[in-house]
Every structure is written in C-alpha cells, then in structure tokens.
Design a protein around this ligand. Structure first.
Ligand SMILES: [Ca+2]
Ligand SMILES: [Ca+2]
Length: 605
C-alpha cells in the first residue's frame, strides 16, 4: 500500500513544473571556508579573547595567530609552551586570519578560474574557526571585518529580540559589499544557515544560563533541568549529538518554536533584502547545515518565507543519507537541491576505488540513474556535485589513500579518513598518479549532469585528511609555504613534501570549467547513457541541447581501449581534452581512449 502510494506521489511529482531556480542548473560552485581562504586584513586578526567559548573550552597559556605558510603538523613555539598533549586541541585553537576582505581581493582569481557561484561556510559571529557554533545569525563575525572592537561594542548595545534595534556593523557592511561586488562580477553567493543550534556564546544561551527560568529565551532551547538548589537540580540541556557547545533550538510538532523561529526569519530577511534595498543586494540563497536535524514543518514554512523574499533564491541541504531518505526534502516545498555526496561516492566507486571495492560500469549506470530519477525534474541538475568539502578528506588525499575504507559508509569512513583516528591514513602529498586520477574525476564532474562544486584549494592540489586537516590555509602563488616535514604525530619527521599551488592541476580545472561553460549541452543539456561496458571498463554518455551533442567516454581500465560506439552519425569529431580528431565512417565511432582517462567528443566545425 505504502509502496503504491509512494510510486504515485513520485509520478505526480515528475509531471509537474520544475521548482528549482533556472540559474542554479548552470552554476559552477566554489566553496570557501573563510578563516582559511585569504587574509586580506591582518589588522582584524583574532586575539586570544576573541576565541573564548570555542572548543576546546580551556584557554591556552600562550597563543598567537598562526603563520599562513607554516608546516601543518609543526607545533609553533607558543603551542609547545602550552604543554598540551592532545594535537586536536592545538589545531582547533589555531586561527590564520582569513576574512571577507581576502575573499573580495580574490574575486578576480575566482573569475579567472571560471566559477559562477560561491558558497561560504558560516560567516556569522562565533568564536570558533568554523563558526558552526553561532553567537548570532544577524551579525557577521567581527574578526571578518575591519573593526572587531567597534563591532562588538555596537552588538552589545542591541536588543537581539527586536530587529528594529539591529545595527549594521563594519563587518556587516563589508559582507554587503562582498555581495554587491560578487554580483557585479556575475557571481552568485549563498551563506550557510546553521538553524539547528546556536553556540554557548550566543546572546540567547548566555541569557538562559544567567537568568534561568526568568530569561526571555527560556523556551529557545531543550532545557532538561534548571538550576534549582531547593530541589537539588542543576542546569542541563540538549546539545547537537550530545555536543554541549551546540545547544539545540527547541522544536515541537510545528517546527522550531516561536522565539527562535521568528529570530531566524528576521535574520533571513536581513541578508536577503538588506535594509529593504531589495533582493538584488542580498544573498542568492542558503546552504542548510544538518538539515536532517530540523523537522520538515520548519523547512516548509521557512522556504515560503525565503521565496517570498526572492523567488529565484536557491536552497541546498546537507543531508548525507541514502537517496530514498533525501527524497522527502526535495518535493518542491523544502529544498531545491543538496550537497551531492551520493554522486561523489558513486563517482569514486567507478573511477577511483581499488579493484576490491569498485563497481562495474553497469552498476555505475544504475546508481547514476537513481540519483537523476529519484527526485523531481531539475533537482539533480541543480544539486552540488562535489569532490570534497570541509566535512571530509580532500580528494587528493582520498586518492592517495585509496582503499582505506568505503566512502559510502559515511560515519565509519569519517573516522578512517582522520589522521588522528587512523595511523594508516597518510597525510602526505598525493603522487602524480593520484593527481591524474583527480583530473579524471574532474572531467566527469564538469561534463556530467549537475552543478559542479569545487572545495577551495582542491583546484591547486591542496591535500589533507578529514577535519581538521581538510581545512588548511589556501595555497596562493604570491605567498610562500614551508615544506611539510612533520608527521601527523607532530613529533617525527619525514622527507620534505614541497607545498605550492599545483598549477598544472589548476590549468586542468580552468580548461574543464571553460569547456562546460562554453557548451549548453554540458551546462544544462539532456543526458543519455550511450554504453556501459563491463568488460572494457568504459562508460560513455551523451549530453545534448538544441543542435549540440557532446559524447563523453570514460576509461577506468589500466590499458587504452577502443570505445566502440555504434550508431553515431558520420562526421568528424574533436576530443576537447587532447585536441585529436576522429572520423566516423559507416556509423561506428571508435575513439582510442587512453588508460584511466577520457575523451570529450564534440562535432568538429
Ligand atoms: Ca585578517
Ligand atoms: Ca534539531
């Protein structure tokens, strides 16, 4: 019964008009982790008091802003002085000084790369390096702007419950400037909405701790017991997955309860229609953190609010679950798309994993089809096809550590890909062969259906295991970097791994992005599987739009192969990767595809 009903619902969904913003289907995304992208203003760098309240909670004895180009696993003198035995605490305390000015300064770099849309990890006030423990949703972090001390004084004078008292800090103004400058360059920009929880330094949680049941925010959190000496009870509350630094916002059957809901709605409007100047000056959408931890009713109401502010806004969710569990969020009344980790798992299972855990071309075809067809039309095309993020190991390191675990087993793999949890995971520089595999994955990413997303630094070969090592400072050609010699224990040494932007890889990204953007077929065209050859280990697909056809053949085998593609029209074809021409005569195209490489065939003019 349920199965029949579900099938009917999806069939109906597939008949209706697309609900995703059209622009999102042609986007090429770039994800920026602001603290680690570019330090555009050393004068605003965090001081030790600015990181108070972030994990680890105990303050360090000595602390300084970390040198941008230093060896990742090398402890600096002030870190050694702390005598801290646990490396993760050192790494969490580090601040490199990245900020919004750095992003503004590097917009030309992003334009040259060819991306068309930016996703920023959280930029709202918070003491941590990642800012998923928000102190606020309505102010940008003061250390991301030009006047941290002045901003903090302004914020302290407001009543957060009354949006009419909300001032525009210098950091807020700089964020609005960033939005305008991005738009002026044709770049869309979205922020990270972390609406499941606030941080312990938030105005709301601090007030509850101080005033207990007398606090105006007493209903905002899931308080399980109050400080009550008469009854002998102590204050306690629910934190996200038990993390006490992340008190969860309270929900009932209608979603997040009225107080925090109204606050989130007001903050949403503040960034989408800043000062009532219109949606053109606001962000173009949101990425929703741990969307599966907030109930459906909130998302439905919030989407209505968002689309009223800007019908063209894009909402993309972090869900990370099997496709069937993602489906309910993608029915047109919650999200437009997701961070497409299932696409990443599928891509590496065919193109990169070692023989013991790889899938056949036929199975690759089946899994890709599921991801295209499970959702209403437009969702797959607008979803972010990514090869890495701030929540997983970098693609270069994944390839260096091929076989260390199954990526699809997300929670198990999460620990296996952390250098602190798994001594067998290598944090060393990827090899030339690893980078060659990354290039093949990029060919697939940039030619396939879906909006490609590049995690900052992947395009210049930045490497690192899962969090925190995937959050190293960006590699820039105008900065110098110490070679990495320290091992993941921060004590022993290895032969030096030179650290510098991989310009050959960067050229490959630029070329493939330009290729995608020059081709309506690749950018937003239809998809068709042409051949899935389990024996030759090749996979061929077609993208088409109007009169343009593009034929892509992926060869994951260790030897070159002739891909037999019967039924192709006579004519001359050009491989966009090699520049080589192929002639088709009598209806059979047989391009030679190099080992572990691809051809991207376009009709030659
Ligand atoms: Ca700075
Ligand atoms: Ca929740």
């Amino acid at each position: 019964m349920l199965g029949a009903l579900t099938a009917f619902t999806f069939a109906a969904a597939n008949d209706r008009a697309e609900f995703v913003p059209v622009w999102a289907k042609s986007a090429v995304w770039y994800q920026i982790f602001p603290e680690r992208f570019r330090n555009g203003d050393p004068a605003n760098d965090p001081r030790v008091e600015d990181i108070r309240g972030a994990d680890p909670q105990e303050p360090p004895r000595a602390w300084q802003v970390h040198p941008w180009g230093s060896d990742w696993f090398e402890l600096q003198p002030w870190e050694k002085q702390n005598g801290e035995p646990e490396l993760w605490k050192h790494l969490l305390r580090r601040r490199y000084g990245g900020d919004l000015q750095g992003i503004i300064d590097q917009l030309p770099y992003l334009q040259q790369l060819g991306v068309t849309a930016l996703y920023l990890n959280p930029v709202f006030a918070s003491p941590s390096l990642h800012k998923y423990d928000g102190a606020s949703y309505h102010h940008i972090d003061p250390n991301f702007g030009p006047d941290p001390a002045g901003d903090r004084a302004l914020i302290a004078a407001e009543n957060p419950l009354d949006p009419r008292t909300w001032v525009l800090t210098k950091a807020d103004e700089l964020a609005l400037k960033l939005i305008d400058e991005a738009h002026a360059r044709g770049l869309r920009i979205i922020f990270d909405g972390v609406f499941n929880h606030l941080g312990v330094t938030s105005f709301a949680f601090r007030d509850v701790v101080q005033k207990q049941q007398a606090s105006a925010y007493r209903n905002w959190f899931t308080v399980t017991s109050w400080d009550d000496p008469a009854r002998g009870t102590k204050f306690d509350y629910a934190g996200w997955f038990g993390a006490k630094s992340l008190p969860e916002l309270r929900e009932d059957a209608h979603g997040i309860v009225a107080g925090p809901r109204d606050y989130i709605f007001a903050a949403t409007e503040r960034w989408m229609n800043p000062q009532g100047r219109g949606a053109a000056h606001g962000i173009d959408g949101w990425r929703l953190d741990v969307a599966f931890c907030v109930g459906h009713p909130f998302w439905k109401a919030w989407r209505t609010h968002v689309k009223r502010l800007n019908p063209d806004a894009y909402l993309t969710a972090e869900i990370v679950d099997v496709p069937a569990k993602v489906v309910p969020y993608m029915q047109g009344d919650e999200f437009d798309a997701e961070m497409n980790y299932n696409w990443l798992f599928t891509a590496v299972e065919f193109l990169a994993d070692p023989p013991a855990q790889r899938i056949s071309a036929t199975e690759f075809d089946r899994r890709l089809r599921d991801l295209r067809e499970l959702y209403p039309p437009g969702v797959a095309a607008a979803s972010m096809n990514l090869l890495g993020s701030h929540d997983t190991n970098r693609i270069g390191s994944y390839l260096r550590n091929r076989g260390v675990g199954r990526y699809r087993n997300w929670s198990t793999f999460s620990n296996r890909s952390k250098t602190a949890e798994n001594p067998a995971y290598s944090p060393r520089r990827p090899s030339a062969a690893d980078y060659a595999r990354q290039k093949l994955l990029v060919v697939f990413q940039m030619t396939y259906l879906g909006a490609p997303m590049i995690y900052y630094g992947d395009e210049v070969g930045l490497w690192g295991g899962n969090d925190p090592d995937c959050r190293k400072p960006m590699l820039w050609s105008d900065l110098t970097y110490a070679a990495e010699v320290f091992s993941a224990d921060a004590r022993t040494r290895h032969e030096p791994d030179p650290v510098a932007p991989n310009l050959d890889l960067l050229a490959h990204y630029r070329k493939l992005i330009a290729l995608r953007r020059s081709s309506p077929a690749m950018l937003h065209g239809a998809y068709r599987t042409v051949a899935a050859d389990d024996v030759r280990e090749t996979f061929a697909f077609e993208r088409s739009a109007d009169s343009e056809r593009v034929l892509v053949v992926l060869n994951r085998a260790a030897q070159p192969t002739l891909a037999l593609l019967p039924g192709e029209a006579d004519g001359d074809y050009l491989d966009a990767l090699s520049g080589q021409r192929y002639a088709v005569r009598a209806g059979a195209l047989s391009p030679a595809v190099p080992a572990q490489w691809a051809v991207v065939l376009q009709a030659a003019r």
